[in-house]
Design a protein around this ligand. Structure first.
Ligand code: GLN
Ligand code: ZN
Length: 774
């Protein structure tokens, strides 16, 4: 039984682990490169954990009240949970010692693969741009407590004089996020293994209690999502079983955290289970229904209100956040405050930004500022609103300043939106377009193309770095990029591709590049957040009304077209993806912001078309990612996301061909959306999943052009001609010939030239052979 001690008044669900200057990324990559040892990596990581604890205390969390979560990870928290419970796929079994333990090198091997051993699959973490590794569970999985890293980190903190709160992905979410292993029979559900998994969690909890942990955090965000392929009733039954089991035996008090939306019907089940604290996301999710009878049974259970947005960078409305805590106080006396999600979605510290406009800075809160806000609200919870009145007012004033600042509302942008009519979103009938485009473009059967980027070489990156530092003039930089474009065009002609691209050498990132060239955005210097493993991105800040001061890509595309008689495809990033991969203003619906971005793109496409570019691709790789976790929110999302794409693309002439690109192979989930996008050609990832997606395409009756990828660009492996031929034939077996395009799975920017050239040659060779045969 737990010896209940009170839950801290204020806490966070997790903190960035990559380091203020990406120290962990650098150390991990140095370890991979063999330039530092495992011991050196471990000591860097221990240093970061230690600095984090000290910083969190400085920011107002308690040193010995369990308010500091131990949320460190070398790579990914789901992989950590898998390694903790011994859920290592059989192809990696040799990495473990006789007790099932895996060292750091082995841990990274599971994450990244090795030779012919594929790594764990990676997928998006709820509706965020963070990617986790998908555990593989089958009848062969032998759960055992195979890593005590969580315990060790608690003890490490204790030795430094802290009483912290170990955090781990909870058992139900762990299984919900897993997939059936290759050895599992048809229809196998990882969740069926719950009863075998729970003893391992129990053993871990007992050890933590024994070591002196008073609270443990089990992250159960899987309970908020309705897009997981398990019937809701089975999920709720699993919650009941899991927490009936975990609340017995020796253990710390249990805090079940949830994020990314409301728990809905899982809340009463958790309340009934007897866990000591339950975390609610009150930013994306809503307050529990006041009439919910479960709330009458709360007893001593603490409700932890996630009222500070852990997924966005606004300082926001602190008084409104406090109001939500007071509203929770109507259900129970035991209210605490936390972030709505782990703060690992945020950069560390606004104070690390020396170049941001000071006025904009005063509207922002990165992880460190959020912790201070939480400390403030916690203070208010104990001392009453009066003791924090000043801070609440300061935040309210900053928010008022933000809403009234020049650029936040731009009259011209607003007037244009107000004048929108339905026909702005519609193109001519597809049949007419098809005919006009065939006549205008004269492409062969099975047209070949690429997704846009060519390898971003060291030379390109160095040139950009020198340009940013002022060591190269704009003219010199442009000339270097043009040289690169010349090479890329020559190469594509030589290989024999039909629709050429310029290769995107001038783009640092497919979203940031546009953010830098549009009004309404700001970019940061040190605002890195983890995307997966050691990969970080620096999301732009979309703070105001968006408009396009001048054409962005037109000169590049026109220059490229001047080099060749083949059609050159203009290349833009779509509104949904620009929003998904930026920090977006939260003072208006996303759909409104998306339409502003769409207007800017519509103008860009118009200018491209006027300059003679007959094909324009608008990438929307994030369309699936932003799909709401709750079914009730999905229609409204599809309405505005598809609407913004159509607004961006529907202004073109009949003969102009619009392409889009999607970065995943789950066609079925978003088929309605894809159909409604009404792009003339859609390219989609397929090689990586051996063309499985073509069955969904076939079943959907989709009749526009479609390019299922025939070359997996995620690995340096060169696909053989036979392999590509086989994939192409699979595609042709399911999709009518006239619809099929031939292209890689995604852009080539992370690849090297050698493998790229060889792979594209093989793609062309296979295509030519298939063309002859069909
Ligand atoms: N056009 C982009 C590229 O080729 C698309 C990248 C993406 O879908 N993530 O790099
Ligand atoms: Zn892609």
């Amino acid at each position: 039984m737990s010896n209940q001690t009170s839950f801290p008044a204020g806490t966070i669900l997790g903190y960035p682990r990559i380091g203020r200057r990406r120290e962990l990324k650098k150390a991990v990559e140095a370890f991979w490169a063999g330039t530092i040892s495992a011991d050196e990596l471990e000591s860097t990581a221990a240093g970061l954990r230690s600095a984090t604890r000290a910083r969190l205390v400085e920011l107002g969390l308690g040193q010995s009240d369990s308010s500091i979560p131990e949320s460190f990870s070398y790579y990914d928290q789901v992989l950590d949970a898998a390694v903790t419970v011994g859920a290592v796929p059989s192809r990696f079994a040799d990495l473990a010692d006789s007790d099932g333990r895996i060292d750091l090198a082995g841990y990274f091997t599971i994450a990244r693969g090795e030779g012919s051993r594929a790594p764990l699959e990676m997928t998006k973490w709820f509706d965020t741009n963070y990617h986790y590794l998908v555990p593989e569970i089958g009848p062969e999985t032998a759960f055992t407590l195979a890593s005590e890293r969580i315990l060790d980190e608690f003890l490490e903190a204790k030795a430094e004089g802290y009483l912290t709160r170990p955090a781990i992905v909870g058992p139900v979410t762990f299984l919900l996020l897993s997939k059936a292993s290759d050895d599992a029979p048809e229809g196998y559900q990882p969740l069926d293994r719950l009863a075998d998994l729970l003893p391992v969690y129990q053993e871990l909890l007992a050890k933590l209690a024994d070591a002196g942990a008073e609270w443990v955090q089990l992250d159960e965000s899987g309970l908020v999502s309705e897009s997981i392929d398990v019937p809701r009733a089975a999920t709720l039954a699993a919650v009941e079983t899991a927490y009936a089991t975990l609340t017995t035996g020796e253990r710390p008090s249990i805090f079940v955290a949830s994020a990314y939306n409301s728990l809905d019907d899982a809340l009463p089940v958790l309340v009934a289970s007897g866990v000591e604290a339950i975390g609610l996301d009150l930013v994306r999710g809503s307050l529990p229904d006041a009439l919910d009878p479960a709330l009458g049974h709360l007893g001593e259970t603490v409700l932890v209100g996630g009222v500070i947005d852990g997924h966005n960078i606004w300082r926001g409305d602190l008084a409104a956040a406090y109001d939500k805590l007071e509203a929770l106080g109507r259900f129970t006396f035991n209210v605490s405050v936390s972030s709505s999600t782990s703060l690992f979605h945020l950069p560390h510290d606004v104070e690390d930004e020396s170049k941001l406009d000071p006025r904009l800075k005063s509207w922002l809160a990165f992880a460190d500022q959020k912790v201070r806000q939480i400390a403030t609200l916690a203070h208010g919870l104990s001392g009453g609103r009066v003791v924090i009145e000043e801070e609440l007012e300061a935040a309210t004033a900053a928010l008022a300043d933000r809403l009234a600042a020049p650029g936040v509302r731009d009259g011209d942008v607003r007037a244009r939106e107000a004048a929108l009519v339905g026909s702005d979103f519609e193109r001519d009938a597809y049949a007419e377009r098809l005919e006009a485009q065939e006549a205008a473009l004269g492409l062969p059967f099975l047209p070949t193309t690429t997704i846009g980027s060519f390898p971003q070489t060291g030379d390109i990156r160095r040139a950009r770095a020198r340009f940013v530092k002022g060591e190269l003039s704009a003219e010199e930089y442009t000339e270097l990029m043009r040289d690169e474009i010349r090479r890329v065009v020559e190469l594509q002609e030589e290989i024999g591709l039909d629709v050429l691209v310029h290769g995107e050498p001038e783009r640092n990132d497919m979203v940031q590049y546009f953010a830098e060239n549009l009004d309404g955005f700001a970019v940061t210097e040190n605002g890195w957040v983890q995307s997966y493993g050691s990969r970080c991105t620096r999301p732009s800040i979309l703070w105001g009304d968006v408009s396009r001061p001048a054409p962005i890509t037109v000169d590049w595309s026109v220059f490229t077209q001047s080099l060749t008689s083949k059609p050159v495809k203009g290349m833009l990033t779509g509104p949904v993806t620009i929003l998904a991969w930026s920090f977006v203003r939260d003072d208006q619906p996303l759909g409104e912001t998306a339409r502003q971005v769409a207007f800017a793109l519509r103008d860009e496409i118009h200018d491209l078309e006027a300059a003679g570019i007959g094909i324009v691709q608008v990438d929307e790789p994030a369309l699936r990612e932003l799909l709401p976790l709750k079914k009730r929110d999905q229609d409204a999302y599809l309405e505005w996301s598809v609407g913004s794409f159509k607004l961006a693309t529907a202004g073109v002439q009949t003969a102009t061909q619009i392409h889009t690109h999607l970065c995943y192979s789950e066609f079925g989930v978003v088929i309605d959306a894809i159909r409604k996008l009404d792009a003339d050609v859609t390219s989609i990832e397929a090689a990586r999943s051996r063309m499985e997606v073509v069955h969904d395409i076939e079943a959907s009756g989709f009749d526009h052009g479609v390019g299922p990828g025939v070359y997996d660009i995620h690995s340096p492996r060169v696909p053989s001609v036979d392999e590509v031929t086989e994939l192409l034939e699979k595609a042709l077996a399911s999709i009518p010939e006239r619809q099929v395009w031939v292209n890689p799975d995604c852009g080539l920017k992370t690849r090297g030239y050698d493998e790229t050239v060889q792979s594209l040659r093989n793609v062309l060779e296979a295509t030519r052979a298939v063309r002859e045969r069909v």
